[in-house]
Design a protein around this ligand. Structure first.
Ligand SMILES: C[S@@+](CC[C@H](N)C(=O)[O-])C[C@H]1O[C@@H](n2cnc3c(N)ncnc32)[C@H](O)[C@@H]1O
Length: 361
C-alpha cells in the first residue's frame, strides 16, 4: 500500500510538472479490477500509462500487462513511463476494435482483468492535432495517422443535413442545424480556430457553462474515430478474453458512451432479455456477467478539484460468471481450463464451482 501511495504521488508530481495525463478514478479502478499479484491484465487504452503503472505495481510480483493504444504517440509515452516494468509489459499500437485478435496474436488470454479508460488523454488534448478548441491546429482529430478520414474531411465534404445529423447525434447539440448551415457557408474550414469562430458566429458567443464549440468538437472526434460503432463490439470481445471471475472496468466521459456501456453490462447480467410484455421467456439468454457496482462510480470532489478533467468520468465494472454454456461440449474451453496458467483458477472457490459444473455434465 505504501508503494502504491508513493506511485500515486509520483504520478501527480509528474503530471503537474509536465503535460502528463493524470489517471482518473485510480484507486477505484484498482479495486474494481481486483488487481492481485501474479495477475494478467489488459489496459486497452494505455494512453500515458498512468493506470497501467498502478496495475503493474499492484500486480507485482509476477503481474503482466498488455497495453494497447491506437495512438503511436501514446504508445511512445507509455513505453517511457513503464520502462521500470520491462519484462512484465507488452505495448501494442493497434485499434481496440481488434481486441480479440490482439489477445490471440500475443497469446494473452484469458486474463484477470481488462480496463478501458475511454476518450482522450491530456497528451492528446494538449497536442496540436485538432482535438482541442483552445489552440489553433489542423482539423485532424484522428487517434492514429493510419486512419483515412480526418475532421476536415467530414466538415468539408458532408451535406448540410448529414453534418447536422452528426452534430446532433454525436454531440447532443440542440443547435446542430444552425451550426451545420454556418459551416457549409464558411467552407473550406481546415483549422480548429476557423471552426470555433464559425460555431461562435452561429450561436452568438458563449452559452451557459460550456464553450459553444464543445459539443461539435465532441461530435467530430466521435465520428472520425468511429467511437460509438466500435464500443459495443469491443465490449463483446472483452468478455471473451476474460477468465472466469475476471473483471471488466470501463471509464466513460460522456453520456453516449456511458449509455452503451450501461446497457451492455445490464443486459449481459440478466438471464432473460425478453420484453417485459412477453408472458414467458423465449430468448434463452443466460447471464455471463455480474455487476460489481450497481450504482455508477464518479470522482470525489477532491479528485475533481485536483484534476478538473476527471469531472465527467463514470466507472462501471462487471465480473465474468462461470456458466455451463461456456464449456459444455467445448473441448477447447476444457483444455484452456486445464492448461491455463491463470491465478483465478487456482482459487479453491473457483475450482470447487468448476468441479460442480463438470460433475453435472
Ligand atoms: C483517457 S486516455 C487513457 C489514459 C490512461 N488510462 C492513463 O492513465 O494514462 C484514452 C486513450 O485511449 C486511446 N483510445 C481511444 N479509443 C481507442 C481505440 N478504439 N483503440 C485504441 N486506443 C484507443 C486514446 O488514444 C487515448 O490514448
Amino acid at each position: 500500500m505504501a508503494d502504491y501511495r508513493k506511485l500515486r504521488e509520483t504520478l501527480m508530481d509528474m503530471a503537474m510538472s509536465t503535460s502528463t495525463h493524470i489517471p482518473v478514478l485510480l484507486e477505484e479502478t484498482l479495486e474494481a479490477l481486483a488487481v492481485q499479484p501474479g495477475g494478467r491484465y489488459i489496459d486497452g487504452t494505455v494512453g500515458g500509462g498512468g493506470h497501467a503503472a498502478a496495475i503493474l505495481e499492484r500486480s507485482s510480483p509476477g503481474g503482466q500487462l498488455l497495453g494497447i493504444d491506437a495512438d503511436p504517440e501514446a504508445v511512445k509515452v507509455a513505453r517511457a513511463r513503464l520502462a521500470a516494468y520491462r519484462g512484465s509489459v507488452l505495448l501494442v499500437n493497434e485499434n481496440l476494435v481488434n481486441l480479440k485478435a490482439i489477445g490471440i496474436k500475443y497469446d494473452f488470454m484469458p486474463v484477470h482483468g481488462i480496463l478501458f479508460d475511454l476518450g482522450l488523454s491530456s497528451l492528446q488534448l494538449d497536442s496540436r492535432r485538432g482535438f482541442s478548441f483552445q489552440h489553433d491546429a489542423p482539423l485532424d482529430m484522428r487517434f492514429s495517422p493510419t486512419q483515412e478520414i480526418t475532421a476536415a474531411d467530414i466538415v468539408n465534404t458532408l451535406s448540410e443535413a448529414e453534418l447536422a445529423r452528426y452534430i446532433r447525434t454525436y454531440g447532443e447539440e440542440g443547435y446542430s442545424h444552425l451550426i451545420a448551415r454556418n459551416i457549409v457557408k464558411e467552407r473550406p474550414i481546415n483549422s480548429t480556430l476557423h471552426l470555433v469562430r464559425t460555431i461562435e458566429r452561429a450561436l452568438g458567443g458563449r452559452r451557459g457553462k460550456i464553450h459553444p464549440a464543445t459539443k461539435t468538437f465532441q461530435a467530430l472526434r466521435i465520428a472520425v474515430n468511429r467511437e460509438l460503432e466500435n464500443l459495443e463490439a469491443v465490449l463483446r470481445q472483452a468478455v471473451k478474453l476474460l477468465g472466469f471471475e475476471g473483471r471488466l472496468v470501463v471509464i466513460t466521459y460522456h453520456s453516449l458512451e456511458d449509455r452503451i456501456v450501461k446497457q451492455f453490462m445490464r443486459r449481459e447480467a440478466r438471464d432473460c432479455i425478453c420484453p417485459p410484455s412477453a408472458p414467458t421467456c423465449v430468448c434463452g439468454h443466460k447471464a455471463r456477467l455480474r455487476l460489481i457496482n450497481k450504482k455508477v462510480m464518479v470522482p470525489s470532489a477532491t479528485e475533481i478539484q485536483e484534476n478538473p478533467r476527471s469531472r465527467s468520468a463514470k466507472l462501471r465494472a462487471v465480473e465474468r460468471l462461470i456458466t455451463q454454456d461456456d464449456y459444455h461440449g467445448n473441448s477447447e474451453m476444457e483444455n484452456i481450463l486445464v492448461e491455463a496458467d491463470c491465478g483465478t483458477w487456482r482459487n479453491p472457490a473457483v475450482l470447487k464451482k468448476l468441479e460442480m459444473i463438470f460433475s453435472m455434465s
